[in-house]
Design a protein around this ligand. Structure first.
Ligand code: IMP
Length: 193
């Protein structure tokens, strides 16, 4: 089955391809010739995910899914949350976002945080959502050069490495996105088309 990934984020696309590539004929937005940014102006992660998949569905009338992810930090009232990409400004600069998070957490001992992903799938004209959450902590300075976004400052519970110190295959076994993707796979396996 052909499925469009409504994202321009090469890191996400790679994570999804590694998990879904055997089961689906996955196409990215550039594969279908869509080069613009999809607006992300909603006020929750779930609404953003739904908006993105709907946007592409309306334009191309195809089976499509999108994900929206946010880092929710307890001591910052769940910020950056839905604003994770633009936390430090419109240029969506991950290093600046990390710097801002670490600055805001200076002197704060509660480092609890979670990554939350919502995947919105539109198939046969219906929308289905799948959520994945990973709890962990924010460390004092970035460690690791794999991964992307906030990976280098996040250590999942029961781990002693950041998400930027583990391979994409390891991250794909335990991450927020992997949990949501597994739910999507289960759903499609059980659904009669
Ligand atoms: P979006 O889901 O593409 O809107 O991502 C929001 C923000 O979260 C961006 O700054 C991403 O870099 C970051 N982000 C998304 N997924 C991950 C992840 O798996 N690890 C670390 N940061 C992520």
């Amino acid at each position: 089955m052909e499925l469009i990934i409504a994202s321009h984020n090469e890191n996400k696309i790679l994570e999804f391809k590694k998990k879904l590539g055997k089961k689906f004929f996955l196409k990215s937005l550039s594969d279908i010739g869509f080069k613009d940014d999809i607006p992300e102006n909603e006020n929750t992660i779930e609404k953003n995910a739904i908006f993105k998949s709907n946007f592409i569905y309306k334009k191309y009338n195809c089976n499509v899914f999108s994900d929206d992810t946010g880092l929710e930090i307890e001591a910052l009232n769940s910020e950056p949350g839905v604003r994770s990409a633009r936390y430090s400004g419109e240029e969506k600069n991950s290093l600046k976002n990390i710097k801002l998070v670490l600055k805001k957490l200076t002197g704060i001992s509660n480092r609890n945080a979670r990554f939350k992903t919502v995947i919105s799938l539109i198939i046969d004209d219906k929308n289905y959502c799948f959520e994945g959450v990973v709890n962990g902590t924010i460390i004092d300075k970035p460690i690791g050069d794999m991964g992307f976004g906030y990976d280098s400052i996040f250590v999942a519970n029961n781990m002693n490495k950041t998400f930027a110190e583990i391979s994409i295959d390891e991250k794909n076994k335990i991450s927020h996105r992997a949990i949501a993707t597994n739910k999507l796979i289960d759903f499609i396996n059980k659904k009669v088309f």
